[in-house]
Write a protein that binds this ligand. Structure first.
Ligand SMILES: [Zn+2]
Ligand SMILES: [Zn+2]
Length: 252
């Protein structure tokens, strides 16, 4: 699995950090997790082809994770040189269908292409793994919004977990159990935590309890985004600690 952190920022506008988006290339397919503002241009900046997306998965519906979905589909419809024929799979947690239909009610004519689009809704509580080419996908509820979930991809060389947004959650630690790489949100500082989000100690606690080999910190609010972040996480977790940047590539 090749993983690219396309956007490592939050709702706070910053030149150096776009909003949430992660691209995973596995089994010959391109999987996109979240599409916050700037994601399409961020993919290009990272050397990725936005038209390559085969499957899109949303962790939750907040705009900093979904805004560029409209942009991506509009771009596929009118901005690509060739006409898309291969299907696009779009999925998110319940009630995703209602969310997607309301987006289509506003933008549908301009974003819906002639290619097949498969929309699926993931039950938040049950996670029978979904078999994808070269990997399997599972998920678990997070502590953030009523619908929010985290994702886990199991491939031949290990597992990759992306938390989306959450505060400390046993379910997320369980989902991440034994993973090679945990890409976790780390929005607020321990001195001034943001409700429903993780801090360095919370992210470290999940990483430690899950026994992951490497933790990568993303969804970075300016308040937490200084050079001291890795050492703060290392106070509670003794594996590898990486602070994400837009365009960061990881291999599992
Ligand atoms: Zn959120
Ligand atoms: Zn967010």
């Amino acid at each position: 699995m090749e993983i690219t952190v396309v956007g490592s920022g939050t709702v706070v506008p910053r030149l150096g950090r776009r909003q949430s988006c992660v691209v995973v290339e596995a089994g010959g397919e391109t999987l996109v997790f979240d599409l916050g503002s700037g994601a399409v241009r961020g993919m290009m900046r990272a050397g990725l082809d936005p038209f390559a997306a085969d499957r899109i998965f949303f962790t939750h519906f907040h705009p900093d994770h979904t805004l560029d979905a409209v942009n991506l589909l509009f771009t596929i419809k009118y901005g690509a040189e060739g006409k898309r024929t291969r299907p696009l799979h779009v999925a998110g947690p319940e009630p995703f269908r209602r969310f997607w239909e309301s987006v289509l009610a506003v933008w549908g004519d301009t974003m819906s292409g002639d290619y097949p689009t498969h929309v699926s809704e993931l039950s938040r509580e049950t996670s029978a793994p979904l078999d994808l080419p070269g990997c399997s996908l599972s998920w678990a509820p997070t502590e953030h919004s009523p619908e929010s979930i985290a994702y886990r991809l199991d491939g031949p060389d290990g597992a990759f977990v992306y938390t989306g947004d959450t505060e400390y959650s046993e379910a997320v630690a369980e989902l991440a159990r034994g993973a090679h790489t945990l890409l976790t949100e780390c929005t607020g500082s321990d001195d001034d935590p943001l409700p429903r989000h993780l801090t360095p100690s919370g992210a470290a606690r999940i990483a430690r309890e899950a026994g992951v080999g490497r933790v990568v910190l993303t969804h970075l609010h300016p308040a937490v985004d200084d050079g001291s972040l890795p050492s703060k996480v290392r106070e509670w977790y003794d594996g590898e600690v990486v602070v994400a940047e837009d365009g960061l590539r990881l291999r599992v």
